[in-house]
Design a protein around this ligand. Structure first.
Ligand SMILES: NC(=O)c1ccc[n+]([C@@H]2O[C@H](COP(=O)([O-])OP(=O)(O)OC[C@H]3O[C@@H](n4cnc5c(N)ncnc54)[C@H](OP(=O)(O)O)[C@@H]3O)[C@@H](O)[C@H]2O)c1
Length: 298
């Protein structure tokens, strides 16, 4: 039984973590604007950009482990509201790491494949990050702030995740399924490559890290297959027997109003597989696991 605090429990990843960890642990979770109920999880409203909120939360929860998933993740919004994004993603993370260091808590901070410029692909933990948008910059600064305050922190850089969600947050999978079910076309990038990651694998990797106090530093969590969003859509359509003609290939460079996104942020997961003992699911297995875990809320 461990006392675990999950920031951003009302979001896609946080909700999945809270559900996965609530059996056998005392789980605290936070929401910011979207109040939520999760069985077995004590929820508190908190803004990570507020010193008062985070201090009060850490005093109340007194966690052994902090899983920091709260963030502003909309790439275009982060570009338009740069200061706000920095306050939440960078300063919020620095604050949480500092308070975790003061209370002697372990910290796992969830970062992103978007810390890379996308020129090379299949990035390892040794590759130098070079974000090309503000979202990536704020997350990279968050990584640096977390490690400066708490050198034993774990930085889990996540690839594009898919899985089941709750409330307002599903993954992009829910959006694709909804359109396909309605017979609507689904515009999908053919020129952006990722290594899609089943959210259940993130929960399992986190459980393993919590059990092993020797794990620290940067890890890439990613599925084993490098595909475009369009190719991912093909797999999904095949699995659910939707017409592939509904999938509409689009190129990022043809969309004028889109903020910059890296082309190939695929991640090499071998360090996490070797040191954490993970075996990340491929797309077919991951999609099947989503099906078996119940209905996707759309
Ligand atoms: N989704 C992906 O494919 C992906 C890929 C790579 C990395 N990541 C990383 O994984 C983490 C979780 O992502 P996600 O997909 O779960 O995001 P999400 O669904 O958008 O959830 C974001 C969470 O952050 C909370 N939040 C936003 N602003 C806040 C603030 N000022 N104070 C406190 N909480 C705040 C939200 O709370 P309310 O909704 O209650 O306001 C929500 O719980 C993020 O750090 C992200 O960078 C995600």
């Amino acid at each position: 039984m461990r006392r675990i605090l999950i920031t951003g429990a009302s979001g896609f990843l946080g909700w999945n973590l809270a559900r996965a960890l609530s059996a056998g642990n005392e789980v605290w979770g936070t929401y910011h604007e979207h109040s939520i109920r999760i069985e077995g999880c004590r929820l508190e409203k908190a803004d990570v950009s507020s010193e008062h909120d985070v201090t009060t939360l850490m005093e109340k929860a007194s966690p052994e482990v902090v899983l920091h998933a709260a963030a502003r993740i909309d790439v275009d919004l982060c570009e338009r509201e740069r200061e706000k994004a920095s306050r939440v993603n960078t300063e919020g993370t620095q604050r949480i790491a500092r308070l975790a260091a003061e209370t002697g808590s372990r910290l796992i901070y969830f970062s992103t494949d978007m810390v890379f410029d996308g020129e090379k692909g299949m990035y390892t933990e040794e590759d130098a990050p070079r974000p090309i948008n503000h979202y990536g910059e704020t997350k990279l600064e968050g990584e640096r702030g977390a490690l400066a305050a708490l050198p034993g922190a774990v930085i889990a850089r996540l690839a594009l995740m898919y899985g089941r969600g709750e409330g307002g947050y599903g993954s992009f999978l829910a959006w694709m399924l909804q359109r396909l079910k309605m017979g609507e076309s689904v515009p999908l990038f053919v020129d952006q490559f990722r290594t899609p990651l089943y959210v259940g694998d993130v929960c399992l990797a986190v459980k393993k890290i919590i059990e092993d106090i020797h794990i620290k530093g940067i890890y890439h969590f990613a599925g084993p297959e490098r595909v475009s969003r369009y190719e991912f859509g093909i797999r999904l359509a095949e699995m659910h027997e939707f017409s592939k003609r509904l999938l509409q290939p689009v190129r990022m460079r043809d969309l004028e109003r889109l903020m910059p996104r890296p082309c190939d942020t695929s991640l090499d997961n071998r360090k996490a597989e070797c040191e954490i003992g993970m075996r990340f699911n491929g797309i077919w297995e991951g999609l099947r696991a989503v099906e078996e875990s119940g209905v996707i809320h759309i």
